[in-house]
Ligand binder design. Structure first.
Ligand SMILES: [Fe+2]
Length: 289
């Protein structure tokens, strides 16, 4: 490329970066100036055409239009680009003793119903009953009584409640850990699923010959005063999609054995007429700095 061309392009970048120089918030200045430099470098690297710029604007516009309080296409886009997982990694707990984090995903909903210890978060979600239990402790092993454990999952058809018509809440809820940090609840065995592919993110995956499947998992968000909030999943060991998660969320430490049981007595004394599953998952929170 001619030197003059390179000089003109760099002048645009320099001018925009300089335009943010008076930003009072130091962190905001760092972020917007860096965003400008990287965005411009991207455009120069691919020699972005006018048509491609328009296509990009059109794509982001469609992402915005399809997003509402029950569908979050921007999070989905961040997820399939690996930005969500990279951000999780950058902010991961420093302690290797704490439970690992993974992507939040687009299906969390505020104000999910509370259940008591041993209660059922399925609320009618279809699937094989699954007993989930474990403890919440700090990295030094002390139980964290009252930790707030919020869970959400897809049903046996691979769909979250918000993907159905109507306002039904199912396959989600929260409970408080008991005095010894213990927790237990009924849910349904999670299923693998394809992320929503009827919008612009689906078009992107199709155009790039990428799959949309996620391995079966149960989402957790765990909060307790004085500890870092943990956002993670547990994955069902043996799932065929574990090595090619569409959103790059799998970590070895989060792949857990879900044990299959025949009819009989469950840990809470309930008589089960059909097959059910159980899983044990102990959660370790890192203290907040
Ligand atoms: Fe999910």
């Amino acid at each position: 490329m001619a030197d003059e061309q390179a000089r003109r392009e760099q002048a645009v970048t320099d001018e925009v970066v300089a335009s943010f120089a008076e930003t009072k918030d130091e962190r905001l200045r760092e972020v917007v100036q860096s965003l400008t430099r990287h965005l411009h470098a991207f455009a120069r690297e691919v020699r972005l055409t006018q048509e491609e710029w328009e296509a990009g604007i059109g794509f982001l516009t469609r992402v915005g239009h399809i997003t509402d309080d029950r569908r979050q296409e921007f999070i989905l886009l961040s997820d399939v680009l690996g930005l969500s997982m990279l951000t999780v990694g950058i902010n991961a707990p420093a302690s290797a003793a704490a439970t690992e984090s993974t992507v939040f995903g687009p299906f969390f909903v505020e104000n999910a119903p509370q259940v008591q210890l041993g209660g059922d978060i399925a609320h009618g979600a279809k699937g094989r009953p699954c007993w989930v239990s474990g403890t919440v402790t700090s990295t030094d092993g002390a139980p964290i009584a009252g930790a707030r454990i919020e869970v959400w999952e897809a049903d046996e058809d691979g769909l979250y409640d918000v993907q159905y018509e109507g306002d039904r809440t199912a396959g989600r809820g929260w409970l408080a850990a008991g005095p010894d940090g213990e927790y237990r609840f009924w849910s349904v065995l999670p299923s693998s699923y394809g992320i929503p592919d009827d919008g612009p993110v689906g078009d992107l995956l199709a155009a790039t010959s990428r799959g949309s499947m996620r391995p079966a998992h149960l989402h957790f968000k765990v909060d307790a005063p004085g500890y870092r909030t943990l956002i993670t999943h547990i994955f069902v060991a043996g799932d065929e999609h574990l090595d090619r998660d569409a959103v790059f969320g799998v970590k070895e430490s989060l792949v857990v054995d879900f044990v299959e049981h025949g009819p009989g007595t469950a840990p809470d004394g309930k008589e089960m007429a059909g097959p059910w599953s159980s899983v044990q998952f102990d959660i370790v929170l890192e203290g907040s700095a």
